[in-house]
Every structure is written in C-alpha cells, then in structure tokens.
Design a protein around this ligand. Structure first.
Ligand SMILES: [Zn+2]
Length: 442
C-alpha cells in the first residue's frame, strides 16, 4: 500500500500523464524510472512491510494476543503512521489509475476507429515532408536558443526557428496524443484521445504516402495512443521490435529507413509524409550517447547528467544534418519539421542532478520548433507563442490540406502569437523556477 511513498517524495502526487506513461511504458523505461526513484526512501515501505510481517509471525510463534503486546501495538501504530503519510499520493494515484485504465480500454477499440476527417482540398508544395518528433529536448539547452555551448551547428545554418513553442503535456504519451490529433474545444476534459481526427489519417485521405519509423518501444499494435496513430501509416517500422528491448539503439539507425522511403516509388507521384520518432535526450540520457562523444568534461560528477544532456542535443543536431543530406541528394523538394514532445526538469536524486520528468518545473514544456526546406541558405529566428495542442492544425497547414473541420489552418511558423486558450502559461509560471545550468567550469 505504501509502495508509492518513495515515488511521491521524488515525483510528487501522480497525475494522469505519469500514470498513463507508467502503464504504457516500455519495460526498459520502467526500469530506468524505478532506478531513478528508489534511493533511501525505499526504506519506508520496505521496513513498513517487514514490520507488519514480522509482527504477524511473532504473534503466531509466541501465541500472543494483539491487545496484550505493547511492542506490537507500537509497530502497528508506526506502520499506520507511515502509510497515512503516504495516503494522499495513494488516493490520487488510485483516481488517476482508474482514468488511465479507462483510456487503455478505449484503446482496445482503436483498431476499428473510423476516420472522420472530411478533406476539401490538398495542395502540397513539396514532394517529401518529414516530421521529426524528438524526445525530452528543452530549448534553453540548445545553442540555437542561446545556451553557451555550441551544440546545434546544423540548426543554426538555415531554416526557421520558433522561440515560444509550448508542448502539449509534460509526458511522452499524453503529449504526442494531443499533438497528433485535432484538439477538442479548450473546455473539453482533455485526456481522451481524439483518435478519429489523427494527423496520419488526414494525410492518407489527402493522397499522401505515409511512413512511420520509430526508435521508441512498442509492445503490440495498440499499446499506446502513439502506436495506434503510427499504425495508421501505410508503411511502419519499429527499430526495437525485433531485438532485445534493453539494447541501446541509436536514432541514426532510422536513417537507412528514411533513405529507402525517400527513394521508393511506391507512391507514384504522390507526396510523402515520413514521421521519425526519436529517443533523443530521454532520461538516463548518458545511455543515449551512442555516436556523439561528450562535449568536454565536468570535474564534479554532480553535473554529469547535464553534460550528457547537452551532448545528446548535439547528437540530434547531427541527425538533422544527415536527414538534410539524404533529402538534398534525392534531388526532390522537401520540408522537415523538428520538435520535441516535451522538455525535462532538474531533480536531485541520490546526490546528483538528474534531467528527467520528475516534478516538472517551469521550463519543462519549453521545446524547440524548427523547420528546414530545400533551397534555403539562412536561418530565420521568430519569437512567437505556439501551443502544441494546435500542432495537428499546423501540420495540416504545412502539408497544404484543407479540411471541413479546420477550414483555415494556422501556420506554425508565422510570427503570430497563438491565444493561450487553456491558461497554460499561467499554470507553468506557478511552478518552481528551473533555469538551465551552465556546465562550463563545473
Ligand atoms: Zn517524451
């Protein structure tokens, strides 16, 4: 019962995103989660459980009555006190678990979802569109957005960079679910997936050849809203599907799949939409550095995780450069959008700074939003507030698709601030401040 206690200390009271993510996560990520969480705090529930079990055995062995044994009463009262301390997170956890389970049972029906999009016109201007969904990248850790260490040389060379994108959630699954489906009205109870209006179906119906290549985990065809959406693509592949799940797989292994999709003529003259889902800068970030060496060193191990994080950004920047190279070599016209599902926050765990999802702070949802296309030579930086709740609408604009549902989709890369319909900025400003750490000299 009080097993949630250590998680509660580090992560705070659980919310739907945490619970949904815990239910949907891949076993390797779940192990990372528990590794990050369980420090000394595990002592509380374990000692609680052992105290109760010990007292129970003791009572039987010596045939003692509960009421006559002061020691046992003491143990019992202590155990209850510990449990009561953990009661609030448990109660919250229960509530959110019920919501998450409801969502999962909805997913079981997902295979039979009928798309409800009504396409009016499609007028794409490029032959190939690539949507790169990054992982856990926070923009103030990128040199392109002002971080003091050079880790984004490609992003600074050309394209359009938006400063002001706010992710749709703090966690992967709810965030991508909201990003890749048409947002419901602002006052709608938000966490049910609007899967009938997902972006892949819109592209299919508008005549695009669709592809989804993922370096993230997948358990079965309908384990999360993300795999449900991904499965709507005509061509799809998960890198980790056919190998040991704990194996570390570099995002760059998506490159041969991209190359093949770009070259293939299975679409005839139709435009292509290719989605690449990265592992990027996911927590346990030092383990993500497969090709990219560390950008320098830190004297104090306390800052090792931020150093890995800064370096992982460079790894993703290198991947974007490779994508650009393949598309340029193909001789086709193209447009690439890169963004992250959410950022991370600094948490002190076992005497070290850890960059993860725990206790999301004020910058947790400040993400990069970047586009590059064929024939560009300069970088344009634009300051504008863009809410990723509206990403599907922005993707429709990008692909040149007009639907009955969104007749005039808004451009993600315009200078116009979007209205904060869900008061997200106010909610974020109420969180603890969590500025980036300059690791130089640390
Ligand atoms: Zn994520």
């Amino acid at each position: 019962m009080d097993a949630y206690f250590p998680i509660g200390i580090v992560f705070g009271i659980p919310n739907d995103g945490q619970v949904a993510s815990a239910f949907n996560t891949d076993p390797a990520e779940a192990i990372e989660f528990f590794k990050a969480v369980f420090g000394w705090t595990i002592v509380f529930p374990i000692s609680g459980i052992f105290a109760i079990l010990g007292a129970y055995c003791f009572t039987f062995k010596f045939k003692l009555g509960w009421s006559s044994n002061k020691f046992l009463i003491f143990v019992l009262v202590t155990s209850i006190a510990i449990s009561v301390g953990a009661f609030k997170p448990i109660h919250e956890g229960y509530k959110h678990t019920v919501t998450a389970l409801k969502g999962i049972s909805e997913l079981k029906k997902a295979e039979s979802i009928q798309s409800k999009w009504q396409i009016k016109t499609a007028h794409p201007t490029k032959q190939i569109y690539v949507l790169v969904i990054g992982e856990s990248a926070r923009r103030d850790y990128m040199h392109a957005y002002g971080y003091p260490i050079s880790n984004t040389p490609f992003m600074e060379s050309k394209g359009t960079l938006i400063e002001g994108a706010v992710s749709a959630d703090d966690y992967t699954i709810p965030s991508i679910q909201k990003m890749l489906t048409l947002s419901k009205a602002a006052n709608h109870s938000k966490d049910n997936a609007n899967l009938e209006y997902n972006v892949i179906d819109a592209a299919n119906l508008a005549g695009f050849e669709t592809y989804w290549f993922s370096n993230q985990g997948k358990i079965n065809k309908k384990d999360t809203p993300i795999t449900v959406i991904a499965n709507r693509a005509r061509h799809k592949q998960w890198l980790k599907e056919s190998m040991d799940r704990s194996e570390k797989v570099s995002d760059s292994q998506l490159i041969p799949l991209l190359k093949k999709a770009v070259k293939s003529d299975d679409s005839g003259n139709s435009p292509k939409l290719i989605v690449l889902h990265l592992m990027g800068s996911h927590s346990a970030v030092c383990e993500r550095l497969i090709e990219q060496p560390l950008l320098g060193a830190v004297k104090n191990q306390y800052f090792q995780d931020p150093l890995c994080y800064v370096s992982s950004i460079k790894q993703t920047d290198g991947l974007l450069e490779k994508i650009d190279q393949i598309l340029t070599d193909s001789g086709k016209t193209y447009s690439v959008v890169y963004l992250s599902d959410h950022g991370v926050s600094h948490n002190e765990i076992q005497g070290k700074i850890v960059m993860n999802h725990a206790s999301p702070a004020s910058k947790h949802r400040s993400i990069p939003l970047y586009k590059f296309e064929d024939g560009e030579a300069n970088l344009q930086k634009i300051k504008a507030r863009k809410f990723m709740f509206n990403l599907t609408e922005g993707i429709l604009y990008w692909l040149g698709i007009d639907t009955k549902q969104v007749s005039n989709p808004r451009d993600l890369f315009s200078g116009e601030d979007q209205k904060d319909e869900r008061n997200e900025l106010e909610k974020l400003s109420g969180r603890r401040l969590d500025p980036y750490i300059d690791i130089r000299g640390k």
